[in-house]
Design a protein around this ligand. Structure first.
Ligand code: DMJ
Length: 455
């Protein structure tokens, strides 16, 4: 990072310790996009260097204790795999090549550990597939195939909707109570694996999970937030676009785009109509998406949050730019109200309901899509705010840290792998030249891994 930029960071960090108002008052500098793209690139370098120095070989970095953290008894190299395509995309080809060799040599899935099918699919399977497509390295595809084969038993439930966990060595499953996001956010990765290996089982299993979920939507066209995959009975009847449901919608649309799957198109169109009819909340201060009962449509909460902020991106990709713009404005107010966005926010009382900020990417992802489709500099301005606040509140000497509370600004001891894979990638893409990524010919997974239709 340039001397000027680090001085700016120090100044902003001081502002952060004095409380939220200071940051909100600070004017956003009107500098050019190229400089901001270079700044994000330097921040990726900083975050990556922290991981390499203090947590190399582990799943994630603990930036405050300066140590590594593994999700299970054995590392799955989650940060290196998740971050690999970001290293290529932001121009760190040497680091990426070295990391790719390390992954090829060290990553193994022959482990007696029970893993979360959804998380390992979106971070590891998706990361391996996109890095394989970028580098052409056949070893990454071999790893992806080995992993995919070990995850397949997860789908062996009476309904075909996957269990939450699966043991990578034995195939033993656990966790019958799941949710639409974990059931329905698998088809881009499993489908791409199917196409690249010519083994249609992967596509068929992940597609069936989506279809089984779809046919259990309520007469209003809505899913609930938790379901028993053995009985197919809903366990939680709240319907919304937040955590537990969110990326299920995203994959209906994106599977249609990536695979040309007409069933996914039909499910997407039915779902988006139901959402706009029943979950959207038009208020004098703007457009929000809250929570309703899936059966009655009765509004049960006026809560939104950082995870919901993926939705303007999906709306824009689906062609509804006006609605995407309005929702993004609401969500941006949620960000600026506290100087950084909380994980949960009541849009009526305007208070955080879940005060943490785990370095999430979604609002930045939406700004990127909206900038792509509208060319409106408004979204570049938003990006400057995101970058400034991230640097001010979450940057540490060893990388970036989550916030336990956006109110107190107390930092948490984790740099999730998606901070590199998604948050910094979207921030870079927002400022980078339009051709940095060919969004017309690439589909970004829910973990921001670009997949290309090469088949
Ligand atoms: C990411 O792992 C993915 O975007 C997922 O779909 C939801 N949340 C995190 C980041 O917030």
């Amino acid at each position: 990072m340039s001397r000027l930029a680090s001085l700016l960071c120090c100044a902003l960090a001081l502002g952060c310790s004095r409380g939220p108002e200071r940051i909100a008052e600070r004017p956003v500098p009107r500098d050019d996009r190229a400089a901001r793209a270079a700044e994000v690139r330097a921040e990726l370098r900083h975050a990556w260097d922290g991981y390499v120095r203090y947590a190399w070989g582990h799943d994630e970095l603990r930036p405050l204790t300066r140590a590594g953290r593994d999700w299970y008894a054995h590392t799955l190299l989650i940060t290196p795999v998740d971050a690999l395509d970001a290293l290529y995309l932001l121009g760190f080809a040497d680091e990426a090549d070295r990391t790719r060799d390390y992954i090829d040599r060290r990553l193994t899935f022959d482990l007696d550990i029970s893993v979360k099918n959804f998380e390992i699919t979106i971070r590891v399977l998706g990361g391996l597939l996109s890095a394989h497509q970028i580098s052409g390295d056949p070893r990454l595809l071999a790893l992806a195939e080995d992993l995919g084969r070990r995850l397949l038993p997860a789908f062996d439930s009476p309904t075909g909707m996957p269990y939450v966990n699966v043991n990578l060595r034995t195939g033993k499953t656990s966790g019958a109570e799941s949710n639409p996001a974990e059931i329905g956010t698998l088809l881009l990765e499993f489908g791409t694996l199917a196409r690249l290996t010519h083994d249609d089982r992967y596509y068929a299993k992940a597609k069936r999970a989506l279809v089984e979920l779809d046919r259990r939507r309520s007469p209003l066209g809505l899913p609930g937030e938790s379901i028993d995959v053995e009985t197919g009975v809903w366990k939680g009847t709240a319907s919304h676009i937040g955590g537990g449901i969110d990326s299920y919608y995203e994959y209906l649309l994106k599977a249609w785009i990536l695979f040309g799957d007409e069933d996914c198109r039909r499910m997407w169109l039915a779902s988006i109509a139901a959402l706009n009819r029943a979950v959207a909340d038009e208020r004098p201060d703007g457009l929000w998406y809250g929570e309703v009962d899936m059966a009655t449509g009765r509004r049960t909460a006026t809560e939104i949050g950082a995870l919901h902020a993926f939705f303007p991106a999906v709306l824009a990709l689906g062609g509804d730019v006006p609605r995407a713009r309005r929702l993004q404005e609401s969500l941006f107010r949620m960000w600026t109200e506290n100087g950084i966005e909380p994980d949960g926010f009541d849009y009526v009382t305007r208070r955080p309901t879940a005060p943490g900020y785990p370095l999430r990417p979604e609002i930045i992802e939406s700004a990127y899509y909206l900038r792509h489709y509208t060319k409106d500099p408004r979204y570049i301005d938003m990006g400057r705010t995101f970058l400034r606040d991230l640097e001010a509140c979450c940057r540490t000497d060893a990388g970036y840290a989550t916030l336990e509370s956006v109110v107190t600004r107390k930092q948490g001891d984790l740099m999730p792998s998606y901070f590199l894979a998604e948050t910094l990638k979207y921030l870079y893409l927002l400022f980078a030249p339009d051709d940095a990524l060919d969004l017309e010919h690439v589909v970004l997974t829910t973990e921001a891994h670009p997949l290309r239709r090469t088949w």
